[in-house]
Design a binder for this molecule. Structure first.
Ligand code: SAH
Length: 351
């Protein structure tokens, strides 16, 4: 039994079934045996590949997008360039290289990397050691310095945050739990007591029995906090992830190891877990924080508006262009949401 599995089993044995969100947090982030805490999952030899690893164009265009937002907002003083869940540091490295084209922004920024994994924090420090830009780590968004304009990017970060799942039953919406089965493995169960009607979002009416809806209060809380800061101090956030523009009834929690799907409960700690991002919920959270949400727009359209076709011609990399923008590849499932102050113009790619 893996270390993560025995920790989770011990918790359930002691306190009863846990929510899917607790299970995800223990499997992914727990410091001694969590999936992200103990490895670099990215790349051909790892478990999955992300857009920055497909091509340098991705980080380059995003870096220049941040500089453009800074220009649009009349160059606010002391900008922070923040990345959530920077993985192996590739996106930020490519962004900082491209930002040599925007030297006034580049010379004023301080970079803050929000990361929980010690292994990835080290990889990020190595990747950015020779960029000449001050880089500091932070454990959470709360630990990012306050009272400064925030230019923030997050790619495939929100899909890794814990989600709750609710199942429609004849008794109402019941939270899905994770319990121990008779052999000491993990199995799903449904909480005996239904959610009070007031806790079920209105757009969930009409679900069939057995229908599932997912919610990520952790993701919404982070977006609300970011929006609050952007509304107060200026800046812009760019959230890119795979997910849906309007919510439906279906479960999207998935496990991936060695580039293949696997059972969600079978190998906690050694498989990546992620779920589709509910962009409508994140957009509403940005509104609650007092800022303006733009989009979501599909990744293909977004990158095309930023000039990826021309950049791909220069680099002679048609394959990466297709991978990032073609609708049957990453172009349509992946979406971008931007958050800006209510008074700021719509950022590039969101007009
Ligand atoms: N953005 C990178 C990596 C995506 S993988 C890329 O596109 O390649 C998800 C990243 O988020 C990892 O760096 C992981 O360690 C980090 N992460 C996951 N949950 C987190 C949390 N709650 N707080 C901070 N970082 C987290």
């Amino acid at each position: 039994m893996s270390e993560a599995l025995s920790r989770i089993a011990a918790t359930i044995a002691a306190q009863g079934p846990v929510t899917v969100a607790q299970f995800m947090a223990m499997a992914l982030i727990e410091q001694r045996s969590g999936y992200y805490a103990t490895r670099n999952p990215l790349g051909g030899a790892g478990d999955f590949i992300t857009a920055p690893l497909v091509s340098q164009m991705f980080g380059e265009l995003i870096g220049l997008w941040c500089a453009q937002c800074w220009e649009d907002q009349k160059r606010p003083a002391r900008p922070l360039l923040v990345e959530l869940g920077p993985g192996d540091g590739t996106l930020m490295r490519d962004a900082l290289r491209a930002l040599k084209l925007a030297p006034e922004f580049r010379s004023q920024i301080e970079v803050v990397l929000v990361e929980t994994s010690p292994v990835l924090r080290e990889a990020q420090a190595r990747a950015l050691a020779d960029t000449g830009v001050a880089v500091q780590p932070a454990e959470s968004v709360d630990a990012v310095p306050h009272d400064r304009p925030l230019f923030l990017v997050a790619n495939e970060f929100f899909d890794a945050l814990p989600i709750h799942q609710y199942v429609k039953t004849p008794r109402g919406w019941c939270e899905r739990m994770v319990r121990l089965d008779s052999e000491g493995g993990l199995a799903f169960a449904v909480a005996p007591v239904a959610l009070p009607p007031g806790r079920v979002p209105a757009n969930r009416d009409g679900a069939p029995d057995g229908g599932v809806y997912e919610a990520s209060p952790a993701g919404e809380a982070i977006v609300e906090e970011i929006a609050h800061r952007i509304a107060a101090d200026g800046g812009a956030a760019l959230l890119i992830d795979y997910g849906y523009a309007t919510p439906g009834f279906g479960e999207t929690l998935q496990a991936v190891a060695a580039h293949k799907f696997c059972d969600v409960l079978a190998a906690p700690g050694s498989a990546d877990l992620s779920a589709h991002v509910d962009f409508a919920a994140l957009g509403e959270a940005a509104g609650r924080g007092g800022a303006r949400a733009c989009g979501p727009v599909e990744q293909g359209a977004f990158l095309t508006a930023l000039g990826i076709v021309q950049r791909a011609q220069k680099l002679r990399d048609d394959e990466a262009l297709m991978r990032l923008t073609a609708p049957e590849q990453m172009g349509a499932l992946f979406k971008a949401l931007a958050i800006v102050p209510k008074t700021a113009p719509a950022p590039a790619g969101f007009a």
